[in-house]
Write a protein that binds this ligand. Structure first.
Ligand SMILES: [Zn+2]
Length: 330
């Protein structure tokens, strides 16, 4: 669906399509444990978050140089633009690369190169969000933020991702305080597989402005009331939820109930190369499976621009919102 929208929950490493993975593997002399792109695509079947993460980290071995990261981001931005994305706030996982010996500067400068020309090339404005891997230590997160200091001009926010259960937000209090002191905005994954309590911690202890996923707030009416009252945006990823079995089928997705409750929902693609679709595909999928009408879809698109970190450029936000209002559904 070409409805103008902002993508606020997108892991750039999760946009690695099998074709690009093989091309980069060949260029960098990396051997993948799959013979063909078909064989690799067939491996994109997951039982849960962990089984996905295992393949996801294995494939990252092909990303080595600035050019690789620039090519990855450029390929994503082209696909996103083709599906109506006008603004993208893009996550990256520096620790997944520094652990393999790729310097953080290579990652940020490579991504940054694609992002800074994105508006001209693809008509998509961008921001970059540095995510900490929550299954690693709080010390490692602090070291990562420290290593990113020379590149802060390219980074607008910090986030928290990867295996959620057993790694509550409170573990990262110190690094979020340090990020605040550096003037960075704050988001965190919470309530995807983890309990509603993790959403409260992300709000109260980390001070996040948006909650990534946040699906399990629906188990806690008091928390829902708070999220509605404070208009906290939730970055939902419907196709991801089905692939990782957070919900059984798309028809079971709580999105309609969440909208009816007045939650500030947005629809995003998470790791689109692995989960069967980009932002527009996710809009198409929820429209079809959940019978969302034009006004609900328009609300989701409007919500995405309202939740974007565009406070420094309200003129741009207003322009995007006007595009949403002007969009004609067929
Ligand atoms: Zn995510």
């Amino acid at each position: 669906m070409h409805l103008p929208k902002a993508e606020l929950h997108l892991h750039i490493e999760g946009t690695l399509e099998p074709e690009l993975a093989f091309a980069l593997a060949e260029r960098n002399g990396v051997t993948l444990p799959y013979a063909t792109t078909e064989e690799l695509r067939a491996a994109y079947q997951f039982d849960d978050l962990q089984s996905f993460l295992d393949l996801y980290y294995a494939l990252m071995a092909v990303l080595r140089t600035e050019d690789d990261f620039a090519e990855l981001a450029d390929a994503y931005l082209a696909r996103a633009a083709a599906q109506g994305v006008r603004h993208a706030e893009i996550f990256f996982d520096p620790q997944a690369h520094t652990a393999r010996g790729v310097p953080i500067g290579t990652v940020i400068e490579g991504l940054g190169r694609a992002l800074e020309r994105s508006e001209e090339t693809h008509g998509v404005s961008t921001q970059l969000i540095l995510c900490f891997l929550r299954d690693l230590s709080a010390e490692s997160a602090l070291g990562t933020l420290d290593a990113a200091k020379p590149y802060l001009h390219r980074i607008s926010a910090v986030g928290l991702d990867s295996a959620e259960v057993g790694h509550p937000p409170a573990k990262f209090r110190e690094v979020y305080e340090a990020a605040t002191a550096l003037g960075l905005r704050k988001v965190a994954h919470a309530g995807e597989e983890g309990p509603p309590e993790y959403i409260r911690e992300a709000l109260d202890i980390l001070g996040v402005e948006r909650v990534d996923h946040g699906l399990r707030c629906m188990e806690d009416p008091e928390l829902v009331a708070r999220l509605v009252a404070d208009r906290v945006p939730l970055t939902l990823c419907p196709l991801s939820n089905v692939t990782l079995r957070t919900v059984d089928t798309l028809k079971d997705h709580p999105l309609p109930a969440m909208l009816a409750a007045g939650l500030h929902c947005t629809v995003n693609s998470d790791d689109p190369a692995y989960f069967g679709g980009y932002a527009g595909d996710n809009f198409d999928a929820v429209r079809d499976a959940l019978a969302l009408g034009p006004e609900q879809l328009r609300t989701l698109a409007r919500n995405s621009f309202e939740a974007a970190f565009l406070d420094h450029d309200e003129e741009r936000r207003a322009r995007y919102l006007a595009e949403v209002e002007a969009y004609a559904f067929d």
